[in-house]
Design a protein around this ligand. Structure first.
Ligand SMILES: CC(C)(COP(=O)(O)OP(=O)(O)OC[C@H]1O[C@@H](n2cnc3c(N)ncnc32)[C@H](O)[C@@H]1OP(=O)(O)O)[C@@H](O)C(=O)NCCC(=O)NCCS
Length: 150
């Protein structure tokens, strides 16, 4: 997991990827995962906001030089496992530029109204993500089934 010390570097990475970051706080970092190089440079992150058994997946970002090597997929899968293990059953997200990426990972487009009130009242839903952003969701129960299958 990320630590409070990661906040500045996470915000810088998100700014560089043109993703919203102004609403993040030190407290947000307890539900962020990060990836660093051997020299300590932050090159990837992903965050989660919780609302009961639903979650808002946000801020998935990989620095341009580190892309296309599986890091984005790895961060996404790690966050899905973390979310499921801590009580989240369905993930929602908003994206303006990566809907094809998320579709290839099992997410399907849905109406914003499908998200529970706790997700719809998040800063991403109410303000910082444009209305034109695509809302997508994934039921994490499928991960549980595949985990127990022989
Ligand atoms: C989306 C992102 C996290 C992917 O990271 P990554 O480390 O390059 O991803 P991976 O290496 O695991 O996967 C690469 C695959 O995803 C596809 N992909 C990457 N970005 C994509 C995008 N924006 N739209 C569609 N497909 C995309 C690649 O074509 C590649 O496909 P392939 O496996 O069929 O060749 C990265 O491009 C990024 O940070 N983008 C800017 C921020 C963003 O849009 N985040 C999502 C909104 S929350």
């Amino acid at each position: 997991m990320a630590s409070a010390d990661d906040l500045g570097a996470v915000q810088a990475l998100l700014r560089g990827c043109e993703l919203p970051e102004a609403d993040l706080t030190v407290a947000s970092m307890c539900d962020f995962l990060t990836a660093r190089t051997d020299t300590g440079e932050l090159i990837g992150c992903v965050g989660l906001e919780r609302a009961g058994d639903a979650g808002l997946l946000r801020s998935l970002a990989v620095s341009p030089a580190a892309r296309m090597k599986g890091l984005g997929t790895g961060l996404l899968q790690e966050m899905e496992s973390h979310a499921l293990a801590t009580g989240v059953r369905r993930l929602f997200l908003l994206t303006t530029s990566a809907s094809a990426f998320f579709a290839s990972k099992g997410y399907t487009a849905c109406a914003r109204s499908e998200a529970p009130a706790g997700i719809r009242s998040s800063t991403q839903f109410t303000g910082i993500c444009p209305q034109s952003a695509t809302c997508m969701s994934r039921n994490l129960a499928v991960l549980q089934v595949s985990t127990v299958a022989p």
